[in-house]
Write a protein that binds this ligand. Structure first.
Ligand code: SF4
Ligand code: SF4
Length: 503
């Protein structure tokens, strides 16, 4: 019906002088955009199927292709954008919930970009990280409030199990099923080489990856997929997933079509069965219930592993974190609303939750005020895009960060935002064998190692510029941050001064 016609979002521009009709683009596109027309003896494109993953552009041997955003548009107004109008047409046609992947593209404030970092000049000399030792090693877990000695004056060390990271960065939860075997292998091997951790997400741990257990965080989510004693014992830490930044308050759904072969075995559910994670854990309706699960998991693993509780950043996040810090958990992970996802209802992703920067500042402040900051470490995720974001997060009070989208970009993701379709042309968010093999784990893991190594160098350079030689001295040091273009309330919530204000 003509009323539902939506002009394709992208146009495929093929330079006829360059195209040699080699058909590489046709073979590489799982969305079937390109095809060779035998009658016309030339390539054609069905732009309605294009998601702008850039696979064809990257592999075209003659650089004959480019994908451009169309300039065709409905008659827009400040209130009714082209996208809003298109979405109404789609829903009027389908009657369904709109689905999206990756983080929200909406232009909400990114507070990382409204904070500037301090540097030393003259009176407090900077440190040259190439000549002097810089410490970015991080320990996550409960810390003692003070030094305790026995009656002979010897230090008593009753430290609960800790996670030791060479840099304050970890790979965030992405399940086997939502991403491919080769993507998981890349993350696991990179975590091992870097001395950090990757996270299974809620899809269980493939039997091949038990060997990376020392660098693995396993998740216990509401669906309990793949959770059993060996799974818990294999890991370095256990994460209870209460919420996710991209879709706070709702569960997850991996369609039965993706529950095939090893994915079904790893999740411990039949092939073809939809993997539906309920919105709540059906045994958790209070902090006391959460405490029971924390201690059940500790009991099951003989109190040898830290337990993380992951929540989405929501309006009352500070009060929730205060409860979690008293629940026996060792680490709180907070996921901001700009965080990525393999699939989420578009309206939830784009409208529910709060920015991670405000959540972090509030949680750190609240736990300090209550004298329980040492009960837990704080890990934040949800759009950490660079080493500068890492430094700002630590200065705002984080002990470490989770990166998800950044890690996938390092693996070759081109942010086409169509992971939910399962046809990732880069071999990441797919289970189709012919696509999975496009991601070579030998290359993928090395690129992840390069990324984190580069960020580590940059973190050290920025710290050196501030005259700080240890990440510990940066943690919660908000004097090192200044706001630009923020109002009084935002500055107050972030606990920082405006640029131009002295100490
Ligand atoms: S890959 Fe490039 S040269 Fe080959 S058919 Fe496609 S557009 Fe033409
Ligand atoms: S993982 Fe693949 S499908 Fe998802 S956004 Fe990246 S390139 Fe697109």
């Amino acid at each position: 019906m003509a009323v539902n016609y939506i002009y394709p979002e992208y146009e495929v521009i093929r330079n006829p002088d360059r195209c040699i009709a080699c058909r590489v683009c046709e073979r590489q596109c799982a969305n079937e955009v390109h095809r060779y027309d035998e009658d016309l003896k030339r390539m054609k494109a069905d732009e309605t199927k294009c998601v702008n993953c850039q696979r064809c552009v990257s592999l075209c041997p003659t650089r004959a292709l480019k994908i451009v955003k169309t300039d065709n548009t409905f008659k827009e107004s400040a209130n009714w954008s082209n996208q809003t109008i298109s979405e109404i047409y789609k829903q009027a046609e389908s009657g369904g919930v709109l689905l999206s992947s990756m983080g929200t593209p909406k232009a909400y404030p990114v507070y990382w970009d409204k904070m500037l970092i301090n540097a030393s000049q003259v009176t407090n000399p900077p440190i040259d990280p190439l000549r002097e030792p810089m410490e970015t090693r991080t320990f996550l877990g409960k810390k003692p409030d003070g030094i305790v000695r026995d009656k002979d004056g010897k230090l008593k060390n009753n430290l609960t199990p800790q996670l030791e990271l060479s840099v304050p960065i970890m790979f965030s939860a992405m399940s086997y099923g939502s991403i491919s075997y080769n993507a998981h292998e890349s993350l696991a091997r990179a975590a091992q080489e870097l001395g950090i951790y990757y996270n299974t997400g809620e899809g269980g741990l493939h039997k091949d990856f038990y060997q990376y257990g020392k660098n693995t965080i396993v998740q216990v989510a509401s669906g309990r997929f793949g959770v059993h004693k060996d799974y818990l014992e294999a890991a370095a830490a256990i994460e209870i997933k209460m919420g996710q930044g991209a879709k706070p308050g709702i569960g997850g759904h991996l369609p039965g079509a993706k529950i095939v072969g090893d994915v079904s075995a790893t999740r411990m559910i039949p092939e073809g069965a939809d993997a539906i994670s309920p919105a709540p854990h059906h045994d958790i309706y209070s902090i006391e219930d959460l405490r029971q699960l924390v201690y059940s998991l500790k009991e099951a693993t003989e109190y040898k592993k830290p337990v993380i509780v992951k929540i989405a950043a929501v309006h009352n996040v500070a009060a929730i974190a205060s409860g979690i810090a008293r629940s026996g958990a060792d680490i709180i992970a907070i996921d901001g609303f700009r965080g990525g996802t393999g699939a989420a209802p578009t309206r939830i992703r784009d409208n529910v939750g709060i920015p991670i920067e405000l959540a972090l500042a509030n949680v750190d402040e609240r736990l300090r005020q209550e004298g329980i900051r040492n009960n837990v470490s704080i890990v934040v995720g949800g759009s950490i895009r660079s080493s500068a974001d890492v430094v700002k997060a630590v200065a705002l009070g984080a002990d470490a960060v989770y990166i998800g989208t950044g890690a996938l970009l390092a693996l070759g993701c081109h942010l086409c935002r169509s992971c939910h379709a399962g046809k990732c042309n880069w071999g990441i968010a797919t289970q189709r064998p012919e696509l999975v093999k496009r991601l070579n784990p030998d290359v993928g893991y090395k690129r992840l190692v390069n990324l984190i190594t580069a960020w580590d160098h940059e973190v050290k350079e920025i710290m050196g510029g501030m005259g700080i030689n240890s990440i510990e001295a940066l943690r919660g040091n908000r004097l090192m941050l200044r706001g630009v273009g923020l109002n009084e309330k935002e500055l107050e919530m972030l606990g920082i001064k405006h640029a131009g204000e002295a100490f």
